[in-house]
Ligand binder design. Structure first.
Ligand SMILES: NC(=O)c1ccc[n+]([C@@H]2O[C@H](COP(=O)([O-])OP(=O)(O)OC[C@H]3O[C@@H](n4cnc5c(N)ncnc54)[C@H](O)[C@@H]3O)[C@@H](O)[C@H]2O)c1
Length: 294
């Protein structure tokens, strides 16, 4: 229940997607305080009970969102958090015996931790889901939309690979309403380098300004849960254990995934330029090296 956990909680409540929301933090008083505060706003979101509890009690939940662990400070990359945050994986996984719901991993480095949560819980891989580049994709669409004055929901452009410095923007397949981005009037291919750089460094910029990023990831996580619970069968860039597609295996990273009420039902094979494929393989190598370094 730090910056991110609290934003996830309020976004979930406002969407009305749960009957009961259970909160936990290593510092139990923080979870208690947040539960009280959120409870007092109950007149303004669809009915739901909110209370603080132990992780053990959460094993009966439909979904658990993991935001436990430190965020970056200015000058740190997400991979710099690995050593500290990976220790928490063992602590939390040990308390999840019997859990059969969806485990949504948000803590960074999210791809590496998704891999370790998968390994340490042994859950159905369709149900261990890292938010991955769903956030970076939202950032990309927002930035293209701002540049072209088009709503981000009408922009189809994806970020795949690591949620981190080696992420890959798939410019070759980007389009708006069927019009290739490259053919869109007012678009200039020179924007690509600048926008990809701004997407990649967005978190660093926000952390420098306010200490953490929380609202967009809160909205991402609550929306993902809504789509899963409602079985909306959306295609989303999410991180999960990859075994086979794109010649990749034994790594977790983000690829366009069809999400149903069972979780990640299928990973899509999207057309990429040779350069984008190379970058994706490089991104997988970066994550694999981080996994092997633990
Ligand atoms: N995946 C994404 O897109 C994304 C976006 C933003 C932030 N993040 C990540 O989310 C994580 C949380 O960020 P934050 O800004 O909320 O950090 P924060 O320091 O504000 O909060 C982390 C909380 O985790 C708690 N905690 C630590 N160990 C715990 C344990 N074993 N059990 C229960 N609680 C525990 C801490 O007490 C603290 O309250 C970071 O790793 C950050 O990098 C991910």
């Amino acid at each position: 229940m730090g910056w991110v956990g609290t934003s996830v909680a309020i976004s979930i409540l406002q969407r009305g997607i749960c009957e009961e929301l259970l909160l936990n933090d290593l510092k139990s008083e923080i979870a208690e305080g947040e539960a009280m505060d959120l409870n007092h706003g109950g007149s303004f979101y669809p009915s739901a009970r909110v209370r603080a509890t132990s992780i053990e009690e959460m094993v009966h939940c439909k979904a658990i969102v993991i935001t436990a662990g430190r965020g970056s400070v200015p000058g740190e990359t997400r991979l710099d958090l690995l050593r500290e945050n990976v220790k928490i994986v063992q602590q939390i996984s040990a308390q999840l015996k019997g859990f059969e719901g969806f485990l949504i991993v948000v803590t960074n480095p999210v791809d590496v931790l998704t891999y370790f949560y998968q390994m340490s819980t042994g859950l159905d891989p369709r149900r261990v889901i890292g938010t991955g580049t769903m956030l970076d994709t939202a950032r990309l669409r927002a930035m293209i939309g701002n540049r072209l004055n088009v709503d981000p929901k009408s922009i189809h452009a994806n970020v795949v690979g690591e949620h981190g410095d080696s992420e890959v923007v798939l410019w070759s397949g980007a389009h708006i309403g069927g019009v290739r981005l490259a053919d869109w009037q007012d678009w200039n291919s020179e924007y690509e380098i600048e926008i990809a750089d701004n997407v990649r460094t967005a978190a660093y910029q926000i952390i420098k300004l306010k200490g953490a990023t929380n609202h967009a990831i809160g909205l991402v996580t609550a929306t993902l849960l809504k789509w899963i619970f409602r079985g909306e069968r959306r295609v989303v860039n999410l991180s999960s254990l990859i075994s086979g597609p794109y010649g990749l295996s034994d790594v977790a990273l983000s690829l366009p995934s069809l999400v149903s009420s069972s979780g990640i039902e299928r990973i899509l094979k999207v057309r990429m330029s040779d350069k984008e494929s190379e970058k994706l393989l490089y991104s997988a190598e970066v994550i694999k090296k981080a996994i092997q370094s633990v």
